[in-house]
Write a protein that binds this ligand. Sequence first.
Ligand SMILES: N[C@@H](CCC(=O)N[C@@H](CS)C(=O)NCC(=O)O)C(=O)O
Length: 116
Amino acid sequence: MLKSWFGEESGNDSRGAQRSPEAQSKIDEATSKLALYHYESCWFSGKVRATIKALNLSIELRDIHVDRAHHRRLVAEGGSGTVPCLTIEKDDGSVQWLYESSDISSYLESRFATDP
Ligand SMILES: N[C@@H](CCC(=O)N[C@@H](CS)C(=O)NCC(=O)O)C(=O)O
């Protein structure tokens, strides 16, 4: 049910943004530095997953209900157990923990809605 609200159901033929292989490869390299802490039934997480799908991004999903180590790390390093939360690994190795679904979606759209 929740999945269908966000177009996540299997068999959905919407493939999201389409790019040249070169552009997709650059985006994939950038998104390898990102991870989304979430859980399946969280409505706010679903909104962000829908943005990820629409932009055709490959972002590691860390479900805090499936793996409690993800939850422990979210609380210890992010400072709050609230999901969704996007981690952004910077070039200097530091990690930004970005909370708030609307801020995460805005960040992804501003960074990836146009080709690099
Ligand atoms: N305003 C937040 C709401 C996020 C939120 O309420 N997440 C819930 C799950 S759907 C949560 O993590 N609640 C547990 C907590 O706040 O510790 C957003 O848009 O991201």
